[in-house]
Design a protein around this ligand. Structure first.
Ligand SMILES: Nc1ncnc2c1ncn2[C@@H]1O[C@H](COP(=O)(O)OP(=O)(O)O)[C@@H](O)[C@H]1O
Ligand SMILES: [Mg+2]
Length: 262
């Protein structure tokens, strides 16, 4: 199963992506977590310290790797570069093992990722993502930015499930709607919204009504959880063997996804 987690910034994508990856791992699946958000933070949610995270070179900044694969060093303009190259050995070489046991691959930022951007870094990342989504057998969880546009056609179709995280506020709901529309237009199926940081019935009703009106399927709710917030504030790993209500809801969402994929 290949899962992409999307949504407005700050809604809880990274938190949820990390906990889903850990849930699948605990259930015995082989899992790979991918940070495809230019502002890379998934490492922290997987228990990697800022000091350790600083030492990880994102794929998009690995000039030697980009040159080795594409034949062009980023920044050297006007050169022709290879469009086909092997990427299957990259995961093994450049993923890092996190303290929670989930291997992590950090893609990094791709500048000017607009349509038709064919810089070497972008070319490598697209090829790598396509490989990860089409050729690998494990569960892949991708922590993304707001949309999927940068994945490009030929790749997005291979995402089995796209989760759009939102909070009970109009801005994140509207963003979720835009992501839903763009993703559907690009050919994605199985797009589900998740209402996160829900405090009360009012929040839940608000989210339910919004998605019903816009015909967007809702997979579940995650309550506002002080422990999740505090763990993030101080750094550290959320306990999943003794889960709080918010963590339990995320585990349940993972289980629901597994049931759907059977
Ligand atoms: N269910 C929740 N309850 C309380 N705080 C949460 C919850 N989910 C996420 N958060 C907090 O919200 C903030 C943003 O979460 P993060 O996962 O980094 O969002 P994103 O990746 O979408 O930018 C973090 O401080 C995180 O701890
Ligand atoms: Mg994030």
């Amino acid at each position: 199963m290949k899962i992409a987690v999307s949504g407005k910034g700050g809604t809880g994508k990274t938190t949820i992506a990390a906990l889903l990856a850990r849930t699948f791992m605990q259930k015995g699946f082989k899992v790979l977590a991918i940070d495809a958000d230019p502002n890379t933070t998934l490492a922290f949610s997987l228990g990697i310290t800022p000091e350790e995270a600083d030492k990880i070179i994102p794929i998009s900044e690995n000039l030697n790797l980009i040159e080795e694969k594409t034949g062009v060093r980023p920044g050297s303009y006007g050169s022709l570069f290879r469009l086909s190259f092997r990427v299957d050995n990259i995961v093994q070489k450049f993923s890092v093992e996190s303290p929670v046991g989930v291997p992590l691959l950090i893609m990094g930022a791709v500048r000017s990722a607009g349509q038709g951007c064919m810089c070497p870094a972008n070319t490598l990342i697209r090829a790598l993502l396509r490989h990860l989504l089409t050729k690998r057998k494990e569960v892949v969880v991708v922590d993304m930015v707001a949309g999927v546009e940068h994945l490009g056609r030929g790749t997005v179709e291979h995402i089995d499930v796209m989760l759009i995280v939102c909070e009970p506020n109009l801005k994140s709901l509207e963003t979720a709607k835009r992501i839903f529309r763009l993703s559907s237009e690009m050919g994605l199926r199985n797009i589900f919204s998740i209402g996160n940081k829900v405090c009360d019935d009012f929040d839940e009703k608000r989210i339910k009504q919004y998605f019903k009106k816009n015909k967007i399927p809702l997979l579940g709710f995650i309550p506002y959880d002080e422990v999740i917030k505090r763990t993030d504030a101080t750094g550290g790993i959320v306990d999943i063997s003794n889960p709080t209500t918010g963590v339990k809801s995320i585990i349940r969402i993972g289980e629901r996804l597994l049931e759907k994929s059977r």
